[in-house]
Design a protein around this ligand. Structure first.
Ligand SMILES: [Zn+2]
Length: 477
């Protein structure tokens, strides 16, 4: 039997606001435990929350970026449960009237673009963090009250791979809006999944299970593949699927049932009595629209149209808005767009990968790269030299000008100088010359290599090839 996999994802993104959702505490990542707390986020009796306007602005931005409808009046609710790192005994969240609803994002698939619906985007606050040590469990409440958006997809995802693409695309869109870093390692993006399977063509949904505790997008993909497989095996053996919550274990690569004690389905939601409803106006939404940055799809099509780049190149350059910014800064006033693209895609991305850094931390500024490539464009240095200079720039932090001058790296373009040098090399290799003349013309590469070695890569390639061919193709011995 053919089975259809049905997946819905719940993504939590941590907002990059300066202060928490309902108090003035700072949100700096990595601060000493419990150094960013106050009576409100510690849940002291009588302390009253005040909504951070920036949280609402961020939610509107997320809504606009995902074609969502925006609710003009939405309220907060208490989600009650007991946990040691939740001092109030409830999280402030939204329940019946989330601020955004009915949206979608488009993801690339092999059959073209596919729409994945979004049921809702709502605002809520984070809980604290328990740290289990050898000597017991410690609690850090810095994270308590940090604003989150929960983005809930429709069950439109049909494979673990599609779930991966959905997460990548959603992360890209959210990062472009600037409201979150979406850094899974720092916990600023978290994902839970619901999965069920049904016979192909069946309309009603099968019994679903919930998956938690995945720490990377690939982790999500693997956990979903595991769970889909498990459910199909069960159903084929005639066993029913039990509705339950499973925790992905990265070590064993298995999804294990949560202890039932930890499961709590009844949150006894009720309206938050300490906060008034959020009441939006057209002017407010208009103000946010006015400051919305360009989104990935728009930027992609602008790169193709404006710079004449291929779709593939544009996809790489716009994958992260910081890379797109870098490219646009570097290419300013530079004549050869394709050369710039080639160097950023090749060398700059290679450096980032090797050093495991983001482009913001790139040791080569856009201007420094442009200065280097201007030498190359004007044929003052060879491509080989340019790579050497770039590596030196990374190592020393010095400018291209300085390195080229200090090391005397300008190209040798003088025909006389190259002629003497090439004649010398040809005379030193009579065997290779003989073979070349007998038809082994690929030896031209060998001679080019010898010239480059002798000049440390500074010989102008075109002139060198020209002179070499003249000597090698000469018939007289
Ligand atoms: Zn606080």
């Amino acid at each position: 039997m053919n089975w259809e996999i049905v997946i819905g994802l719940e993504v939590h993104v941590q907002l990059k606001t300066q202060s928490k959702a309902f108090c003035g505490c700072k949100t700096t990542y990595g601060s000493p435990p419990n150094s960013q707390t106050c009576p409100v986020c510690l849940g002291y009796p009588g302390a009253l929350p005040v909504l951070n306007r920036e949280v609402v602005n961020s939610a509107i931005k997320a809504g606009l970026a995902t074609h969502s409808k925006i609710r003009y009046r939405s309220g907060f609710a208490r989600k009650n449960y007991f946990y040691p790192d939740l001092p109030k005994g409830y999280q402030i969240s939204q329940y019946t009237d989330p601020i955004c609803y009915d949206g979608y994002i488009q993801i690339p698939t092999e059959e073209g673009k596919k729409k994945i619906g979004l049921i809702r985007i709502h605002m809520e606050e984070d809980a604290g963090k328990s740290m289990h040590t050898e000597n017991g469990t410690l609690i850090d409440l810095n994270r308590c009250g940090i604003p989150l958006l929960e983005i809930v997809s429709c069950p439109d995802i049909r494979s673990p791979q599609e779930a991966y693409t959905y997460l990548t695309t959603l992360k890209q869109i959210i990062r472009y809006t600037g409201i979150s870093d979406c850094n899974m390692e720092e916990g600023s993006l978290r994902c839970d999944a619901n999965l069920s399977v049904r016979p192909m063509g069946e309309k009603t949904l099968g019994t679903r299970t919930e998956l938690k505790n995945m720490n990377s997008f690939h982790g999500v993909e693997k956990a979903l593949a595991y769970e889909a497989n498990r459910q199909i095996t069960c159903l084929e053996a005639g066993e029913p699927i039990e509705q339950q919550t499973l925790l992905w274990n990265e070590q064993t690569q298995r999804a294990e049932p949560m202890r039932s004690k930890e499961e709590s389905h009844d949150y006894r939601y009720f309206p938050e009595p300490d906060l008034v409803d959020v009441q939006l106006t057209d002017a407010w939404i208009q103000d946010i629209k006015a400051v919305m940055p360009e989104l990935p799809e728009e930027r992609l099509s602008r790169f193709i149209k404006h710079y004449g780049l291929s779709e593939e190149d544009s996809l790489v350059l716009t994958a992260e808005h910081e890379i797109a910014d870098y490219f646009e800064a570097a290419v300013q006033g530079f004549q050869d767009i394709s050369l710039m693209n080639h160097w950023i895609r090749g060398e700059i991305l290679r450096i980032l990968k090797e050093k495991q850094i983001s482009i913001d931390q790139c040791p080569i500024s856009p201007k420094a790269l442009r200065d280097l490539l201007t030498y190359l464009l004007n044929k003052k240095i060879t491509p080989q030299t340019a790579k050497t200079v770039l590596d030196n720039m990374v190592k020393t932090g010095e400018s291209a000008d300085k390195i080229i001058e200090k090391k005397g790296l300008l190209s040798i373009t003088s025909s006389e100088e190259l002629d003497a040098l090439i004649r010398n090399i040809v005379e030193k290799h009579p065997e290779e010359v003989k073979k070349y003349r007998q038809g082994k013309t690929q030896l031209l590469g060998f001679f080019m290599g010898q010239v480059m070695k002798a000049t440390k890569g500074r010989a102008d390639q075109k002139i060198t090839r020209h002179i070499l061919q003249r000597y090698l193709d000469a018939t007289e011995e």
